[in-house]
Design a protein around this ligand. Structure first.
Ligand SMILES: [Ca+2]
Ligand SMILES: [Ca+2]
Ligand SMILES: [Ca+2]
Length: 126
């Protein structure tokens, strides 16, 4: 039968140890790294903004972000503050602006300006 010490080969692993972020069960409670990870978001296009459901990791790493607000995680040019041309919603040309919360907001170019799609997928009012 296994004793209370779940890993007798490691001095630092025992029921009185505190859990540290190392992919091991330091305190022998059957759970690995519980309480010491943080949620991060997958950043597929590496623009510093992630998307989707958070994943639990020990630390920030390439391909992860603390922000979960990328409106399009497949295009690094599209992130909060960027906008794309959108179907006309009023008399002026419509644009769709990526918001700080990762959602889109419908706005318009100023009167007499048109939204011109750019090669990187964003739009410019001119
Ligand atoms: Ca651990
Ligand atoms: Ca991204
Ligand atoms: Ca993006």
């Amino acid at each position: 039968m296994q004793g209370r010490d779940c890993d007798d080969s490691r001095f630092e692993v025992n029921p009185n140890a505190s859990e540290t972020c190392n992919s091991r069960d330091d305190d022998c409670d059957g759970e690995t790294d519980e309480g010491v990870t943080r949620p991060f978001f997958t950043d597929g296009d590496l623009d510093g903004h992630g998307a989707g459901r958070p994943v639990e990791r020990c630390a920030l790493a390439p391909g992860l972000s603390v922000l979960g607000n990328d409106c399009d995680d497949s295009n690094p040019a599209i992130r909060p503050g960027a906008f794309i041309c959108a179907p006309v919603v009023t008399a002026a040309d419509g644009v769709r602006v990526c918001q700080a919360d990762g959602g889109w907001a419908d706005e318009t170019c100023l009167v007499q300006r048109s939204c011109v799609p750019q090669p990187n997928g964003t739009g410019v009012c001119q």
